[in-house]
Design a protein around this ligand. Sequence first.
Ligand code: HEC
Ligand code: HEC
Length: 500
Amino acid sequence: MSAAKVLLLIIICAFLEGASLIKPSVSAGESDATLQREIAAVEASVDRNEMAAYASATAVAPGAPGRLAALGKVIFFDKNLSVNRNTACAFCHMPQTGFQGDIEVINKNGVDQPGSVRTRFSARKPPSAAYAALAPPLYYRASSDDFVGGNFWDLRATGRRLRNPAASQAQGSPLNPTEMANREPACVVRRLSQARYRQVFEDVLGPLAFQIHWPADVDALCAVPNSNPSTRIGSEVPGPNQTPYVVKLTPADRSRVTQTFDAMAIAIATFEASPDVSAFSSKFDAYLAGKAKLSAPEQHGLALFNGNGRCIKCHEDEKGDRKPLFTDQTTSNLGVPKNPAMSYYLQTKPDRYGYAADPEGQAFIDKGVGDFLRSPEDVDPAWRPHAASFDGKVRVATVRNVDQRPSPGFVKAYGHNGYFKSLKEIVHFYNTRDTLPRCAAGSPGEKTTCWPAPEVAVNLNKTCCDLGLTDRDENDIVAFMKTLTDGWTSVAPTPATESR
Ligand code: HEC
Ligand code: HEC
């Protein structure tokens, strides 16, 4: 399906939002059928994973190590934790795509996944939920003028309160209006209290976890999507100052909700850091352990990655570990062009709940870390003066599992806005950003013989992107990155979790 068709489809969805609550409701047509089929397939795959996760969580004896991660796994696959009971974390982070988006028709176009309100879309691509849990809590490192650690492309999940960025992150998605869209933490805890794994939760995190006096209207209040505009870029963790609580609770019950919501987040982060998700089981890990040999192109690609390709300058392990994370946990502005196909830009008009994610439409500029530092979120006041010099910078994504996909031809997108549709494209960008001419988006030759202007022209990294590599060099770097897919065995790759 062409980008134009998907755009049209989404415009129709937006138009019909008043009439359709949960699913994009569009006139019958092949493109719609494809999207609907893919969404249904992902939903079914999430359900199968949830059943398996539930079975294994109950099989781990109470008190056994591993039970917290097993609990986190069921939560990760539980779609009931979204306002419309249709969107688990995994919906946007599927194991078979390296814990990224698994709806191919979306990857090929706008890249932003639909949320629990299916006519809402995020501003960015879901990065991998694997290995992110190993990032340190965010801090400012004066020696290199860098922000180090945190989660999310703009680092807004700082991990400052829980000392764990992935746990902060896991409190953001359930409340984000464009993701799971719960109005406040009490709504999420209420759903957890009704989950069939409640017993496991209580065994692991305490028998009082759900001893809460719920008001009679809690379910009705929590069936309405979060539509609070102040959660637009922030960490979405509401507090009385920014986002009023909607469920009326006594102070004691409110404290209990906070504790249980924190415990949920820690369980999810523990799962994400566990070998189930952050497996270190790629061919490259076997190579580092002396148990595998790289082919000639892979070996050459590795040499380029560490040498003339300069990739290692950013995709290096922060601690120089023998199990490298392929990110130095800092941020950079590579000058990635806008992705005009993003559905996010179409959300200019308030939907039936009065929520408009992007009133500016296409004019919206994603300033990444800069805008986070300006936001009313969990920002250390000492960080705010750095905002302008971090405009356009985003988190250095790990390159582990960048090639993990359910089938060889399956399209994944790369970069925070999914502008690149293959590894070859992004490597070609690094090679030629500064040498090829500029062209308008959509011009013939775009991505091969010319590049559109950066979305944010300030604070550009100047050393990444004139590499003088040959076409074969580019291919070899891609070949090397393909060795970073987890689940490798010397015989044949075995996917860690079922694929569909
Ligand atoms: C509707 C899609 C969607 C759902 C559902 C969703 N995410 Fe995400 N996730 C995203 C997007 C988009 C981002 C990037 C957002 C940004 O940076 O602004 C993201 C970012 C992340 C990151 C940050 C990775 C990094 O390197 O910084 C982690 C970890 C993650 N999600 C885990 C989760 C968990 C856990 C849940 C469930 C509690 C969840 N996600 C639910 C779309 C989703
Ligand atoms: C100056 C730091 C820097 C250098 C050098 C660098 N990268 Fe990156 N890389 C980043 C940042 C930052 C991102 C996210 C960029 C964005 O989305 O705007 C990224 C993203 C990526 C992604 C996409 C990951 C995803 O999940 O979307 C791949 C693949 C990648 N880089 C590979 C490479 C390769 C190969 C090289 C060497 C040719 C390289 N990088 C050099 C900083 C760097």
